[in-house]
Write a protein that binds this ligand. Sequence first.
Ligand SMILES: [Zn+2]
Length: 273
Amino acid sequence: MLLGCMFLRDGTVGKLFFNVGKGFEFHLIILAGFFVVAAIFTSFYEYHGFGSQEGMIRRGPCEPLVCVTFDDGPSSKNTPQILDILKDKGVKATFFVTGKYVEMYPEIAQRIVAEGHDIGNHTYNHKDLAIFNRKVILSELRKTDEAIWEATGIRTRLFRPPRGICGNAARKLLIEEGYKIILWTISTLDWRKVKPKTIFWRVKLFIRDGAIILFHDSGSLFGCGDSGRTNTVRALPLVIDFLKEEGYKIITVSEMLECLEESEQGKSVLGEA
Ligand SMILES: [Zn+2]
């Protein structure tokens, strides 16, 4: 458009550039539309899935039980503060850790386990499973399992795919390897660095029996950089107090799975029906 204005004295050239400008705008609108549709599609997939997705667990049984989960850590800045809050509130949570950071901060991974929290695998480098082959996925899983084992002496079978995206081939591979694939019911959207008030209101709005709540103790919009999570840390006590006031019992994902296995609902979710 700008170039078109510069050549206005020459009607032909001006018209040509305006046409290019209009075409460009049209393509921008199409591209923006594509991203909006892709975002809606991805969001729907993450919360609900499509078709039969045996082994993908998005919530627990219909009982007043909830899980508080943290992804992408451990972080030297945020995880100790989160652990202090959980200790103070007497709450056990679940941490889906990246192998890279477990190797970097093994003492924090040890503290997670020593204080009674659950620990799960979230890949080594926070890789999207849908775009990598079997060899890469297995390497990500094994390196992380090994890092968790070295740091804590725990062999975890819990797994959460980065960004909640797990293709059919990866899903089958994870089940073959004996993992329980854990997604979430409520995302606090703390990765967008929303205000503590927004995190709290999202939980208040979407809370229901068996909810699995997603927070982040590390990570960044792209990749798995160790971002500040001040808003998560500030919102967490408000969320925990609210859940307790509403009569919810906060349990770990392993405890939730036990409850799920015993329930009729769980038999269909876990593919045992
Ligand atoms: Zn993640």
